[in-house]
Design a protein around this ligand. Sequence first.
Ligand code: GDP
Ligand code: MN
Length: 425
Amino acid sequence: MRCTHLCCDASLRWYTVYQSIHIWKSSDKKPMDIHEYQAKQLLKGYGVPVLPGGVAYTAEEAERVARELAAESFAVKAQILAGGRGKVGAVRLVNSTADVRETAARIIGSTVATEQTGGREQRVLRVYVEEACDIVDEFFVGLLVDRTTARVTVIGSRRGGVGVEEVAAGQPDSVLKVAVDPLEGLLAAQAREMAVWLDPSQTHAGSLEQCLLGLYAAFTELDAALIELNPLVVTRAGQLVALDAKMSFDDNALFRHKNIADLRDADAEEGRVLRAQEGYNYIKLPGNIGCMVNGAALAMATMDSIKGCGGEPANFLDVPPSAPTDRITAAFKRVLTDPEVAVIVVNVVGGGITRCDTVAEGMANAYRAAGRRVPLVVRFEGTNRDLGKKTLRDTGVPFVAADTLAEAAARAVARAAETAERQAP
Ligand code: GDP
Ligand code: MN
């Protein structure tokens, strides 16, 4: 009995120490920012009006997105984790799909420094291509937790296009703040008050009200730390549209929102590469065939096979057997979002610790989060091979299966050659 008590006591003390470390560590964390296109996609789900658009990692993809939009003019917007892009030419309006391609080619791979990047250049890995619109009226709408009242506060201004700090500091009466009671939530009457204040003519007060209620629902349900629509505009066509969207999330709540945690763009946040800490070994190479393999030796064999078939690997990537799903997600997203990658070979041999289905889950998360479709050749062997393939199919990840490494390499090289042929002028 005595022994049991001692053990309990010890583990309790250990748990307390563990918790305080955890609290100390988490208080050190900054909110997590996501990209504009990701914020728009999330907000759209809450009824916030956005224009049709799509993300692109290459100039060709950008042109394809533009063609599918079938609009008369387009906005090509660099996706970096900072605003102020308009002033430095990282948001461009163009009038043809050819210009979208040309503009995307110039922006993707370039670096951008704005007044919000803290003097640092951020590399642009993707652009958002959106239908353009004519702006008639511009608002600013922001939601954040007011530190002094600890309440979610909705801030509105008729001076859209200007930063919130400038808006609030410059002309206090050009800003309306509405504090929300956490038990009641944003009331329809409060949303209405803000809507009418923003649009005294009340032409768009109804849609403004709906938009505000949607923003509040998104903010609370997703544990956001900040939502900023700047500008929220009325178009010449008479439509209310969130033309820009910024969202940050409370790091401490991310465990409740796996799909949002997967949106983290660690490279952009850090401005540098921290592969070792991310739990996988990655080396960028000059080719166009991406690979993800478990084990360094197998990764080298995979690269040799690709070369043997006349292809060029775009990277070396070894995911260790102990990697949990989220590390696989991060690793696979790394390859998926490499603009040079035309096709990806996944070669995973489950040896007990590595399970093909776990790898498949990580891949599916990355596929969803990256929003980029790259042809995929998958060779799964060993532990849960069939379950792995089933997981990919069930989660809607299109892939070509290969039974051997030689077959996987051959198929990938053939596919890369096809892509190159199609892209040739
Ligand atoms: P930010 O500068 O990083 O905040 O990027 P924004 O998304 O706010 O874009 C900058 C500016 O570009 C906006 O304030 C708008 O004035 C302008 N802009 C963006 N998209 C469009 C569009 O479709 N039509 C027009 N006319 N202007 C746009
Ligand atoms: Mn903006």
